[in-house]
Design a protein around this ligand. Structure first.
Ligand SMILES: Cc1cc2nc3c(=O)[nH]c(=O)nc-3n(C[C@H](O)[C@H](O)[C@H](O)COP(=O)(O)OP(=O)(O)OC[C@H]3O[C@@H](n4cnc5c(N)ncnc54)[C@H](O)[C@@H]3O)c2cc1C
Length: 402
C-alpha cells in the first residue's frame, strides 16, 4: 500500500486525489484547511462555474515558462475533461467563446459530482485540517497538522494561490514549499478590476456594455480585448477588462485604457447620426445615442463630448457629430492600478515551474513531491482557462509519475 497525501481540496487537489485513487495500490488522504471542499469552485463564474473553455491551448496561459502547460493540456485537455465529468454524471453546455458551464447553471453541480466521486473512490477527507509544515524523511514525507502528523510516500501540494482571499485564497502553498527549496516568483493579482480616474465610471456604476479595449503605455499597445465591460465605483470590470488586467498590473505607471463602445466605422456612425437628426429633429441631444448604447451611457457620452444635452437634434452640427463619434470610438480612461488579491480571480506568478518536470509535475530535486494548480507560476485568460489548468495539472500530478 502506498500512502498519498494531497494538500488542498480545491479544483486541482480533488482531481489529483481522484486520479491517485484510481490505482488500487494507493491509499489517498485529502487535506483541506477550510470547513468544506471546493469553496472557491462554488463562487466561480458568478456561481455558474465556467469549468473549461474548448479553446484551451498553451497560448492562453502565462508565466515564466510559456510552454510548461503543454504536456498537461495535451494529456488531459478540455475534451478529456468534459468526458471525465460526463462519466461523473455532469451535463454541460458550451456558450459564446467556447465557455463551458454545467447545464444546471449551478457550480454546485460540479462540486457535487466531484464529492460523490471522491466518496466512491474511498478518498479519506480531512476538512478544517490545514497542513502546517512539510518534512522530508529518508523514504517519504511527513505532513504536520494541528491534529498530528501524517506520513506519505507521495505528496501532492495543491493549495491554490492567494487570489479571492474571502473564498480561502492564502499563501500557505508558497510557505510550505519554500523550505523544500521551491521558491516563488513575484505575485500579482490578475483577472481583476482596473482602478481608473473614478468620476466617469462612478456615474455609470452598474452599467454593462459590449466594448473593444486597448491598454496603452504612451504609443505602445500593451493589450487588447473585446467583450463585456462593467462600470464600478472605482473603475471598470467585466471579462474584457480582466483580459487586459495582467498587462495593467505589470505595465507600470501612466497607462491609459482606450474604449470603443461601438464597432461601426466612423463614416457609418456619421450616417446613422445624420439619419437620426433628420428623423427626430426635435429630440433632445441627450437622447441622440438612445437605442445605440445603454441609455445612461449614451447621456454620459453626450456630456463627455461637450454637447449641450438640452438642445434639439436639429442644432447638431458637423463638429458636434465628429466629437460624438470620437467619444464613441476612443473614450480614454487613465488607469491608476488594479484592485488587490481580495478582488482578483487568479494569482499571476507562483512557484517557479523550472523546478518541476512538465511531463509529470514532479519536483526535479525532491522525488515524490508533486505540485499542481494555481500555486504554480501559471495563470490563464478569462473564460474557463484557469479551471482547465486546475483539472489538467491535477490529473497529471495525481498520476504520481506513472
Ligand atoms: C470569484 C472567482 C471566480 C472565478 N471564476 C472562474 C471561472 O469561472 N472559470 C475559471 O476557469 N476560473 C475561475 N476562477 C479561478 C479558479 O477558481 C482557480 O484558478 C482555481 O480554483 C484554482 O484551483 P486550485 O485547485 O489550484 O486552487 P483552489 O481552488 O483555490 O484550491 C486550493 C485549496 O487548498 C486549500 N488550502 C490552502 N492552504 C491549505 C493548507 N495549508 N492545508 C490544506 N488545505 C489548504 C484551500 O482552502 C483551497 O480549498 C475564479 C476565481 C475566483 C476567485
Amino acid at each position: 500500500m502506498r500512502r498519498v497525501v494531497v494538500i488542498g481540496g480545491g479544483a486541482s487537489g480533488m482531481l489529483a486525489a481522484l486520479t491517485a485513487a484510481e490505482d488500487a495500490e494507493n491509499r489517498v488522504v485529502l487535506l483541506e484547511r477550510q470547513q468544506r471542499l471546493g469553496r472557491k469552485l462554488l463562487a466561480t463564474g458568478n456561481g455558474r462555474c465556467n469549468l473549461t473553455n474548448t479553446a484551451a491551448a498553451p497560448a492562453r496561459y502565462h508565466g515564466a515558462e510559456a510552454d510548461f502547460v503543454r504536456p498537461a493540456l495535451e494529456k488531459f485537455g478540455p475534451e478529456e475533461t468534459l468526458a471525465f465529468f460526463r462519466r461523473l454524471g455532469l451535463l454541460t453546455v458550451t456558450e459564446y467563446g467556447g465557455r463551458v458551464y454545467p447545464l444546471s447553471d449551478s457550480a454546485n453541480s460540479v462540486l457535487d459530482v466531484l464529492r460523490f466521486a471522491l466518496d466512491r473512490a474511498g478518498v479519506e477527507l480531512r476538512c478544517a485540517c490545514p497542513a502546517r509544515e512539510i518534512r522530508r524523511g529518508k523514504t517519504g514525507w511527513t505532513v504536520v497538522t494541528d491534529a498530528g502528523e501524517l506520513a506519505a510516500d507521495r505528496l501532492v501540494v495543491a493549495c491554490g494561490g492567494c487570489a479571492g482571499a474571502k473564498l480561502g485564497g492564502v499563501k500557505d502553498g508558497y510557505e510550505l514549499l519554500a523550505p523544500l527549496g521551491h521558491k516563488r516568483t513575484k505575485l500579482f493579482p490578475a483577472l481583476v478590476q482596473l482602478r481608473t480616474a473614478p468620476e466617469f465610471p462612478r456615474a455609470l456604476k452598474g452599467v454593462r456594455c459590449p466594448a473593444a479595449l486597448r491598454l496603452q503605455s504612451g504609443e505602445a499597445v500593451l493589450a487588447e480585448s473585446e467583450g463585456e465591460l462593467q462600470f464600478t465605483e472605482t473603475g471598470v470590470s467585466g471579462p474584457a477588462v480582466f483580459d487586459v488586467s495582467r498587462a495593467a498590473a505589470t505595465g507600470g505607471e501612466g497607462l491609459v485604457l482606450h474604449i470603443a463602445f461601438l464597432p461601426h466605422p466612423p463614416e457609418e456612425l456619421d450616417a446613422l447620426l445624420r439619419e437620426r437628426c433628420a428623423i427626430f429633429p426635435a429630440l433632445e441631444t441627450g437622447e441622440v445615442l438612445t437605442g445605440m448604447v445603454h441609455n445612461r451611457l449614451g447621456r454620459m457620452l453626450v456630456k463627455y463630448a461637450g454637447l449641450n444635452a438640452a438642445e434639439p437634434l436639429r442644432a447638431l452640427g458637423d463638429a458636434d457629430r465628429a466629437a460624438l463619434i470620437r467619444t464613441l470610438k476612443d473614450f480614454t480612461l487613465p488607469v491608476r492600478g488594479t484592485e488587490d488579491f481580495d478582488h482578483a480571480q487568479v494569482t499571476a506568478g507562483g512557484i517557479r515551474t523550472a523546478g518541476f518536470d512538465p511531463e509529470t509535475l514532479e519536483s526535479w530535486f525532491m522525488p515524490g513531491l508533486f505540485v499542481c494548480g494555481e500555486l504554480l507560476d501559471v495563470d490563464g485568460d478569462c473564460g474557463g482557462f484557469n479551471l482547465q489548468w486546475a483539472w489538467s495539472s491535477g490529473r497529471l500530478a495525481g498520476r504520481l509519475g506513472r
